[in-house]
Design a protein around this ligand. Structure first.
Ligand SMILES: Nc1nc2c(ncn2[C@@H]2O[C@H](COP(=O)(O)OP(=O)(O)O)[C@@H](O)[C@H]2O)c(=O)[nH]1
Ligand SMILES: [Mg+2]
Length: 444
């Protein structure tokens, strides 16, 4: 997501960063480039204008001109303003002190409501241990009920449905009673959409709202529709007030304009991002992390959180200790590799790492077969060799190559790469940004 924008901004900023001193002309030029990049990403033009103006004023006002390392400060300012643009701090759903917390999902047809309903159910269950029910109030399309039954069940939620013959407002009311009786923590109400905003849709939403008094109304908007998503949000905000946005389909070729504009235009924060069709491709939206991701600072925090879901805490602490003390071995690497591969395709994980973003990841295909090979090589080593790779010479190399069905070069390469990775890990462990360029030069 945001690939093109990320690439352009990173290019501009690395240019700025590379300069010893900055003149006002340099700043102006950078602002022009940022402005173009944002417009190309389909960010609302008023938002762009305001954004670049603020950044420019701050850059010039902060006295960055003529100073040492002014580029760093420009990057910092752009990062801060980009974060602010997307809403500053991350919000979320506040739970009602008296369960069930009721969440009403709204949005146009095809925006991704039903999918988001199930994803949110899964998320609340996984992250908060909530027991969740979902209510099928889209009665206009028979398939809609079936769809919710399917994905809701997959998500581990109870699905409350009464087919398509009843009035959606009655179903919502009935579902709320049932959620109370069954002691659910959360009830998520899926509703029907239309192709366009119309009077009846708005009235129905208002009626459901009146019937179930939701604690949060979430508007699902399709990021792929760009500025239309922002317009829809604006119209919804006028007709039926809502609390936050679920930005769906941020995967694919969404240029990011909607995600960057919606808060500024409507005043409503993005609470969740939906980044794929699978149920776990859904995450709380963190403006600061998103800004860092766009600017290629990597999304280390998201990465850590994702990893934490997989690791148990003790193991994570142990790993951190090892990294700090430079005791990380091939044994640990093997463990890591297996854990990481459980997290999902490696490319998407690398995309969250500092320095791997955008440009670097472009055209990079992570070869999962290569990972199989690496795993085989490590498995062919003795535990001692895994702990002390420097032992791997001569006959040991040959034995490992044979044992793993590879060759000596492959074993050599792995040992060398591991040494480099260890260096990188050590830097990250110390909270430093790894010098990737230097590492890449060495790897060649
Ligand atoms: N790629 C992608 N597809 C999505 C995402 N969310 C929903 N979809 C797809 O978009 C289509 C419409 O979603 P649906 O939940 O039925 O929308 P609804 O009409 O608002 O309930 C379905 O084919 C979903 O699989 C997403 O985040 N990424
Ligand atoms: Mg639906």
């Amino acid at each position: 997501m945001f690939d093109a924008l990320a690439e352009k901004l990173q290019e501009t900023l690395s240019d700025v960063r590379g300069r010893g001193t900055l003149t006002e002309d340099d700043v102006n030029k950078a602002m022009r480039e940022i402005r173009l990049a944002l417009l190309e990403a389909d960010v609302n033009f008023k938002v762009v204008k305001q954004f670049t103006q603020t950044v420019k004023e701050r850059c010039l006002g902060a006295g960055v001109l003529g100073q040492l390392n002014p580029g760093q400060q420009v990057v910092k300012i752009v990062n801060e303003e980009l974060t602010a643009l997307m809403g500053g701090s991350s919000a979320g759903i506040t739970f009602s002190p008296r369960p069930p917390t009721v969440v009403l999902m709204a949005g146009l047809q095809g925006s991704g409501k039903t999918t988001a309903t199930a994803k949110l159910a899964r998320h609340l269950k996984e992250a908060h241990g909530s027991s969740v029910a979902v209510a099928a109030c889209d009665v206009y399309r028979p398939a809609a009920v079936e769809q919710l039954v399917k994905v809701g069940t997959q998500a581990g939620a109870a699905v409350y449905e009464q087919g398509t013959d009843k009035d959606p407002v009655d179903i919502a009311r009935w579902a709320l009673d049932r959620a109370k009786t069954e002691g659910k923590d959360v009830l998520i109400v899926d509703t029907s959409g239309r192709l366009h905003i119309d009077e009846r849709l708005m009235q129905e939403l208002k009626d459901i709202r009146k019937a179930v008094k939701p604690h949060a109304i979430l508007l699902v908007v399709d990021a792929m529709t760009g500025q239309d998503a922002v317009n829809v949000s604006e119209q919804f905000a006028e007709a039926v007030d809502f609390d936050g946005v679920v930005m769906s389909k941020l995967d694919g070729d969404a240029r990011g304009g909607a995600a960057l504009s919606v808060k500024a235009v409507t005043g409503k924060p993005i609470l969740f991002a939906s980044v794929g069709e699978k149920l776990d491709q859904f995450e709380p939206f963190h403006p600061d992390r998103m800004a860092q991701r766009i600017l290629g600072m990597g999304d280390v925090l998201s990465l850590i959180e994702k990893a934490e879901q997989q690791f148990d805490e003790d193991e994570a602490k142990e790993l951190e200790r090892k990294l700090r003390r430079d005791e990380f071995t091939l044994e640990d690497f093997l463990k890591q590799l297996r854990q990481i591969r459980k997290m999902g395709p490696l490319a998407s994980i690398l995309g969250m790492m500092p320095g791997f973003a955008a440009a670097q990841m472009k055209g990079v295909k992570v070869d999962e077969k290569e990972l199989d090979r690496i795993q085989a090589i490590i498995l062919a080593m003795t535990p001692e060799e895994r702990r002390r790779p420097e032992l791997i010479k001569g006959s040991r190399r040959l034995r490992i190559a044979k044992g793993s069905g590879t060759n000596v070069q492959a074993v050599n390469q792995l040992v060398k790469q591991f040494g480099q990775m260890r260096k990188l890990m050590k830097q990250i462990g110390r909270g430093k940004m790894p010098d990737l360029q230097a590492l890449m030069r060495q790897a060649r």
